[in-house]
Ligand binder design. Structure first.
Ligand code: ATP
Ligand code: SF4
Ligand code: MG
Length: 328
């Protein structure tokens, strides 16, 4: 049976004046229902591009050249755009690093929260307003009864992110996509927002795709993790697999330069030596070879396939070629 979300063999290019930027490379990923899947990787590794592709919110210059995305068993790419819009904001919702991406500055929270329930034809406006107030209360907005008429600028950054979470969950989505929702907040607020997301996810029973730079936050919140590098998912597995038994040299490097590992909360992804390669016309071979401490001849000539390491654990690295292949 299919997972709630299945991304299969996705390739995506951005058209630019200097050529095609190959931003997603044969990306495959699953999000089972009611689970939290983290996506980690350095800046520019394609995390947001993947999130936006699932949401159907790609810019004009993006082109998907291969692959499919199945959501609740339906291929999102073979769907009329009206059906796609129907899924977005009803079964699928998203929160962003900057809450103002989803909030309209010139409309009250009340009208925006009633609007977002437009798929719901059974409830009256009064009932929708009551649901909105209850949800604001749940996410920790003080005195929501009197504040629901306020405008976004009348709230602090942390409160605005809580309002975005309330809006995204009001529709009771099957999948919430959260793209670095805590990166703009201070450490104390981050902890609060992570706990809130976890509690609400359990209450609502939705799945979450959680994009983050913060290994500590991912270890705390997620069931599964996908590690991205230069547009590729280089390793994926359970939180235990990734943090206690990392197999890919890139994942190992990330964890090694994070001395506190998962005990200490890291605010940003640690830096490992070297730069992410340009995504313009990268040739064959392993995408990580220029920075990999274990690179050998084969890594220059041949692209590693995905090797299975455990029931849910796989990685793309020639060092694993003794293990069983997932795909040839
Ligand atoms: P960050 O951690 O900084 O948010 P990210 O992992 O979310 O990074 P993306 O924003 O998905 O990375 O970008 C992946 C690659 O695609 C980068 O090389 C980026 O420069 C490129 N890219 C993203 N959007 C566009 C666009 N609209 N046009 C051209 N290139 C783009
Ligand atoms: Fe390093 Fe080679 Fe493995 Fe790539 S395939 S991660 S270069 S050892
Ligand atoms: Mg991003």
């Amino acid at each position: 049976s299919l997972s709630l979300l299945e991304v299969r063999g996705l390739d995506l290019y951005f058209g630019t004046p200097s050529g095609g930027v190959h931003a997603l490379r044969n990306v495959s990923l699953e999000v089972p229902a009611a689970q939290i899947v983290g996506i980690v990787g350095e800046s520019g590794s394609g995390k947001s591009t993947l999130a936006y592709t699932v949401m159907g919110l790609l810019p004009e210059n993006a082109e998907v050249t291969a692959g499919a995305i199945f959501f609740e068993g339906r291929n999102l790419f073979n769907m009329p755009s009206s059906a796609r819009r129907g899924i977005r904001g009803d079964r699928l919702s998203m929160i962003f690093q900057d809450p103002m991406t989803s909030l309209n500055p010139v409309r009250s929270i009340e009208s925006q929260m009633i609007d977002i329930q437009h798929h719901d034809r059974l409830r009256s406006r009064r009932e929708k307003r009551a649901r909105a107030i209850a949800m604001l209360q749940r996410v920790g907005i003080p005195d929501p009864d009197s504040r629901i008429g306020d405008y976004p600028h009348q709230f602090s950054g942390g409160m605005r992110q809580r309002i975005c979470i309330a809006m995204a969950l009001l529709v009771e989505p099957a999948l919430l996509i959260a793209d670095e929702p805590t990166t703009a907040l201070d450490a104390t607020l981050e902890v609060q927002i992570i706990r809130l997301l976890k509690d609400l996810q359990e209450e609502i029973g939705c799945a979450v795709l959680f994009v983050s730079h913060h290994l500590g936050a991912v270890a705390e919140l997620c069931d599964r993790v996908a590690v991205m590098y230069a547009g590729e998912v280089v390793e994926q597995g359970t939180v235990r697999d990734i943090f206690h038994n990392p197999a890919h040299p890139y994942t190992r490097a990330l964890l090694e330069c994070d001395p506190g590992r998962i005990r200490k909360r890291t605010r940003t992804l640690p830096t490992i030596p070297g730069d992410v390669p340009s995504l313009l016309g990268v040739d064959g071979g392993c995408i990580f070879r220029q920075r990999c401490p274990s690179a050998f001849d084969r890594c220059r000539q041949e692209k590693p396939v995905e090797y299975r390491i455990g029931p849910e654990h796989s990685a793309r690295c020639h060092l694993l070629s003794e293990e069983q292949k997932v795909s040839a």
